[in-house]
Design a protein. Structure first.
Lengths: 321, 321
């Protein structure tokens, strides 16, 4: 099925700082389809985390002003009353984060934390919730579930804590799971286990996944479609094979060229992208990649727009096209 | 440079943790030896033990034929000039209360490399060498980005005019596009200054790219050591094989092909306070059963011997006993 599950239109997340306004997310639009894994790739400061946290309004409104639309099941989540968004979070759209040690409650057992979500959203009894929790822990590959359910987060290793977080994320069988760098802090062999787990579960539950990372290797093996973010904007969007085979935006090209590859030649020099990402305070209206782009032209001082190219489903935001 | 039979032990209550267990290693002048392994394998401890930042429990560390562990403080201080380190955390490894000119100049002062009046000039030269603007000597670390701070760390390491540098996860905390800049810089410096590196990291692709030879560590021991290309084309140890299998390659078509033969390890690294009797990897090794049937060796009980299985290719594994 290729029906749309989430539609994001011109989403902007802006922070007022002492020095000026920062648009961490600056007018992004995309769709998430049923059952797909959408990868969002970007480096620090690209706006990828703020972008997904904005979907369920996780950043306090006093700090961050949102505009645009996030359409989910016929409603614009940005217009929902604050008590109504609580219905959606954890139940229909849930999120797992990078560092499970700081995102799990240290004073509750993992059983209590998972059951808490289930009881709150599904209004079932404690014993019913406990039964579900045991099943979930088993599903995510935690051994000795009867014993482990009584333990606290600090008694688990990093990989295990992440599995607990995934169990929490899946507890209410959400339509969308947002995973924000969930394996960055994990060892590579544990990362492989977690990725494998998410792939299997996604199909069992019929879930769509948004996976955020800076790791172009993970995205290659996991996502069906990819958004590349830079300085708060989407600079390129394509099906995964297209993106790696024919990257169009100079930033995407630069990123792919700067990676040492296990299967690559050791003797070619890496081509890094020179310079640094721009300071977003009161950033002028020009292409955000202007200062670092080897291919810039005069017209690039006007902001480019994300639009279609001759390749199907491949969009890029760049005056070269 | 020659290091033999070293053990570093961290005592906790009545238990003994062999962080680094009986490692013998030679590093040749001008080479880059890469050291990889996942968290807790002992690689950072090994790097620090070699430089005597931790006092190794036993063994010897010979630099140009002289054992660092037998030296008195004064002599060690003198030799230390030649042995420097670049640290992982660009935020924690620079004194926040010192200007960067002072940070970089400090080793020159301590080791009396230049007169006070020349230190300033030499500091500025070094900054230019590592790609920093020499006008910034009076700025503080917090005024720089992660990548720039890492360059400051490199300049500081170079200030002492070393011959040997331990780079302990020197680029792991940096964005991908910045990593490439630093890798290129380190390679250039090695060429220009004739440096020898011990490059410690968990990212195999990066380590393979920058290293001549590579050592893989697991649970305090080195399990494989060979030329860095061979580690990829002909990995002998089952742990190395599963590590390589777990590393995502930024190419969707390659990733799909690899899915069929991927080795996903079960379980986690054993508690280093209670390592297995036999081979450290026996709790997770996919080849254990094969070895029992074909070679009639029980990996749980008998530790494997470190052996040169092929020319220049060492491993400790009963598959090759």
């Amino acid at each position: 099925m290729s029906e749309t599950v989430l539609e994001v239109n011109n989403l902007t997340a802006s922070f007022q700082t002492l020095d000026g306004e920062v648009k961490a997310v600056n007018g992004i639009s995309y769709e998430l389809k049923y059952g797909e894994i959408l990868g969002i790739v970007g480096e620090s400061g690209s706006g990828k985390s703020v972008g997904v946290m904005s979907l369920t309004r996780l950043i306090p409104p006093k700090e961050c002003t949102l505009s645009g639309e996030v359409i989910f099941q016929g409603e614009n989540l940005l217009n929902l009353h604050s008590s109504d968004i609580l219905r959606v979070r954890g139940d229909k759209i849930s999120m797992i984060f990078q560092d499970p040690m700081t995102s799990l409650n240290p004073v509750l057992t993992i059983g209590e934390q998972i059951s808490e979500t289930i009881i709150h959203h599904k209004k079932v009894s404690e014993s019913e919730a406990r039964k579900n929790t045991l099943e979930l822990l088993h599903l995510v590959g935690i051994p000795d579930v009867q014993q482990r359910i009584k333990k606290y987060p600090h008694q688990f290793s990093g990989g295990m804590r992440q599995r607990v977080m995934i169990a929490m994320g899946l507890a209410c069988k959400p339509a969308i799971l947002i995973a924000d760098e969930p394996t960055t802090a994990l060892d590579v062999t544990i990362q492989a286990q977690i990725i494998d787990l998410i792939k299997k579960i996604k199909d069992d539950i019929g879930m769509s996944v948004i996976w955020i990372t800076h790791d172009l290797g993970i995205i290659a093996g996991l996502a069906q479609r990819v958004l590349v973010m830079y300085a708060g904007k989407i600079v390129e969007e394509a099906p995964v094979e297209e993106l790696y085979a024919k990257p169009l935006h100079p930033y995407t090209q630069g990123l792919l060229n700067s990676l040492p590859r296990l299967d690559g030649s050791k003797h070619e020099e890496l081509s890094p992208i020179e310079g640094l990402p721009p300071n977003l305070i009161d950033y002028p209206q020009k292409c955000p990649f202007f200062d670092r782009c080897g291919k810039r032209k005069e017209i690039c001082s006007d902001p480019p727009v994300l639009k279609k190219t001759i390749y199907p489903e491949h969009l890029v935001s760049c005056h070269l096209y | 440079m020659h290091f033999t039979s070293k053990s570093g032990v961290l005592k906790s209550a009545n238990k003994v943790l062999k962080a680094v267990d009986d490692i013998t290693l030679d590093i040749e002048q001008g080479e880059t030896l890469g050291l990889v392994g996942e968290s807790g394998c002992g690689k950072s401890t090994l790097g620090r033990s070699i430089l005597q930042l931790y006092q190794p429990t036993s063994g010897s560390v010979q630099y140009r034929g002289q054992d660092l562990m037998q030296m008195d403080r004064k002599k060690l201080m003198k030799v230390r000039q030649k042995l420097q380190m670049i640290f992982q955390d660009p935020y924690a490894s620079l004194n926040p209360r010192m200007k960067i000119g002072e940070i970089i100049g400090e080793p020159m002062l301590i080791h009396k490399i230049y007169d006070k009046k020349n230190i300033r000039i030499k500091t500025e030269e070094l900054m230019e060498t590592v790609g920093l603007n020499s006008d910034f000597t009076n700025r503080y670390p917090h005024e720089f980005s992660g990548g720039q701070r890492q360059r400051i760390g490199i300049a500081r390491a170079l200030a002492a005019k070393p011959e040997f540098i331990v780079a302990d996860e020197a680029i792991s905390a940096l964005d991908v596009s910045i990593q490439a800049q630093i890798i290129n810089l380190m390679k250039k410096l090695q060429n220009d200054l004739g440096l020898t590196y011990l490059f410690i990291a968990h990212d195999l692709a990066v380590v393979r790219y920058i290293s001549d030879r590579m050592a893989v560590m697991y649970l305090g021991k080195i399990v494989e050591l060979t030329d860095s290309n061979l580690i990829y084309t002909d990995p002998l140890h089952p742990y190395t094989q599963s590590l390589l299998s777990a590393i995502p390659i930024p190419d969707p078509i390659t990733e799909k092909k690899r899915d069929a033969s991927r080795v996903i390890l079960e379980g986690e690294v054993p508690n280093p306070e209670m390592p297995p009797f036999g081979c450290g990897f026996c709790t997770r090794c996919p080849m254990k059963q094969d070895v029992l049937e074909k070679n009639k060796i029980n990996c749980d009980l008998i530790p494997p011997v470190w052996n040169e299985v092929k020319k220049g290719h060492w491993t400790a594994c009963h598959l090759y006993s």
